[in-house]
Design a protein around this ligand. Sequence first.
Ligand SMILES: [Zn+2]
Length: 101
Amino acid sequence: MQKCKNCNTQFRWSTIYKSFWWGYKPIKCENCNAEHRIIVRGRIIFVSLTILPMLVFGFFLSPFDSAFATICVGTAILIIGSLFTPYLVKFRKADQSSYFN
Ligand SMILES: [Zn+2]
């Protein structure tokens, strides 16, 4: 999981997870206060583990006739996928010049 680029402190799972649901809010290191922002590739990883599988299921894979059942399972897929995202999505220090590394 992501560590602080400044002091190497490990970020908490919950801190990273919350950042996603607040519109990729920047996260702050608890130890040194350095601000970290999600990288562009991180947003793509997040979407491909959450919204993408949900849509694929909803439009192509759903065995249900009922829209309600499809939405319920689709939402479950989104939530389960999102639980793994803090391990995979990378952040950069806010003052780093490149947005893409
Ligand atoms: Zn730090």
